[in-house]
Design a protein around this ligand. Structure first.
Ligand SMILES: Nc1ncnc2c1ncn2[C@@H]1O[C@H](COP(=O)(O)OP(=O)(O)OP(=O)(O)O)[C@@H](O)[C@H]1O
Ligand SMILES: [Mg+2]
Length: 288
C-alpha cells in the first residue's frame, strides 16, 4: 500500500495568545511508495508527530489530502498500525493482553492469537514478561511492547513515532534488524519518525528532513545501499555527512529537547571527523 501526503496544512490555536494561530504544517507533500521504508527526521516541534497523526486519521488537517492506495482517507483504519511516541499501552492489561488486544478486535481465534503472541515476544526477547502489568516493566520494554502490538495484526502500513527511542543501544540494534526483516520480507510500507540518524540510514529507502519553518521539507534523500546495510561502507558515511549538513541547517542553533540534543551530537560528531570527510556529490553536480 502506498501513502500520498498531498499539500497538508495544519493550524493549531495559539494557547498563549488567543488572537493568533500556529501554522505547524504548511502545504506539505511527499509520497511513500508501496514496500518503501521512509524515515522522518527533524528538530523538536517541526511537526513530525502531527504529520503521522494526520496520516493515521487521528487528527484532522486544515488543508490538503491523505491518499492511501489511491483512496482519500480521513479516519483511522486497520490498514495503518501506529506505534506511539509515548507507548500508549493499556495499564490495566498485562503485556500479553496488550499485544493480543488488536488481534482480538480483529476476531483472530484465541489459539492463533496465542501462537502469534509467542513469536512476537520471542522476537523482542520478552517471552518471560507476558504476565507483567505495564507499570511493572521498564520504559524500553514498554516501547518494545508497543511495537509488537502494532505488528500483531500484520498491517500493510506501519506508522511509527520514535519506536525505538527509549530502547537501549544493544536491544535497539537487534530490533532494527528484526524490523528490517519483517518489513523487507512482507512488502510492508513504513513511515518512521526518529532522532537517530544512523537508524534512519540503516533502515530507510528514503530519509525526509523537515524544518521548524512550518514543516518545510529540507531534503528527501534516497539511501541507495544494498541490504543488509554495512555500517563500514564508505557510502554509508557519505550519507551521514550529507544528513549532518541538512540537520545543522534544520536545527539552526535551536536545541529544545533530548531529541534535538541527539541530533546536535550527531552533527558535532560528524563535523569532528571533518578531516577524513568525503564530500557527497550534490544532485546538480551529478546532472552536469
Ligand atoms: N494539540 C495541540 N494543540 C496545540 N498545539 C499543538 C498540538 N499538538 C502539537 N502542537 C504543536 O505543534 C508543533 C509540532 O508538534 P509535533 O508534536 O508534531 O512535533 P514533533 O516534530 O513531533 O516534535 P518532537 O520531536 O519533540 O516529538 C509544536 O509546536 C506543538 O506545540
Ligand atoms: Mg513527536
Amino acid at each position: 500500500m502506498s501513502i500520498s501526503v498531498q499539500g497538508i496544512t495544519k493550524v493549531f490555536a495559539n494557547k498563549r495568545n488567543k488572537k493568533s494561530v500556529n501554522t505547524v504544517l504548511k502545504d506539505i507533500s511527499f509520497d511513500v511508495n508501496e514496500g518503501e521504508f521512509v524515515s522522518l527526521l527533524g528538530p523538536s516541534g517541526c511537526g513530525k508527530t502531527t504529520t503521522l497523526n494526520i496520516i493515521a486519521g487521528f487528527l484532522k488537517q486544515d488543508g490538503g489530502r491523505i491518499v492511501v492506495n489511491g483512496k482519500e482517507v480521513s479516519k483511522p483504519g486497520p490498514d495503518r498500525a501506529f506505534v506511539f511516541q509515548n507507548y500508549a499501552l493499556f495499564p490495566w492489561m498485562k503485556v500479553g493482553e496488550n499485544i493480543m488486544y488488536p488481534m482480538k478486535m480483529k476476531g483472530i481465534p484465541k489459539k492463533e492469537r496465542e501462537q502469534r503472541l509467542q513469536k512476537l515476544l520471542e522476537m523482542a526477547q520478552l517471552q518471560d514478561y507476558a504476565n507483567y502489568y505495564i507499570h511493572e516493566i521498564s520504559g524500553g520494554m514498554k516501547q518494545r511492547v508497543s511495537l509488537l502490538r502494532a505488528l500483531a495484526c500484520d498491517p500493510d502500513i506501519l506508522l511509527m513515532d520514535e519506536p525505538l527511542g527509549a530502547v537501549d543501544f544493544q536491544m535497539r540494534q537487534l530490533l532494527q534488524v528484526q524490523l528490517e526483516n519483517i518489513i523487507q520480507g512482507s512488502n510492508k510500507t513504513a513511515l518512521m519518525v526518529t532522532h537517530d540518524v544512523d537508524e534512519a540510514i540503516y533502515l530507510s529507502d528514503r530519509v525526509i528532513v523537515m524544518s521548524r519553518d512550518q514543516g518545510r521539507i529540507l531534503a528527501d534523500i534516497a539511501i541507495e545501499l544494498p541490504r543488509p546495510r554495512d555500517r563500514k561502507d564508505e557510502r554509508y558515511h557519505q550519507y551521514m555527512n550529507q544528513l549532518s549538513d541538512v540537520l545543522r541547517a534544520a536545527l539552526n542553533g535551536g536545541v529544545k529537547t533530548k531529541g534535538d540534543e541527539e541530533l546536535l551530537e550527531f552533527v558535532q560528531k560528524t563535523e569532528s571527523r571533518e578531516d577524513t570527510r568525503v564530500t557527497f556529490p550534490q544532485k546538480s553536480a551529478l546532472q552536469e
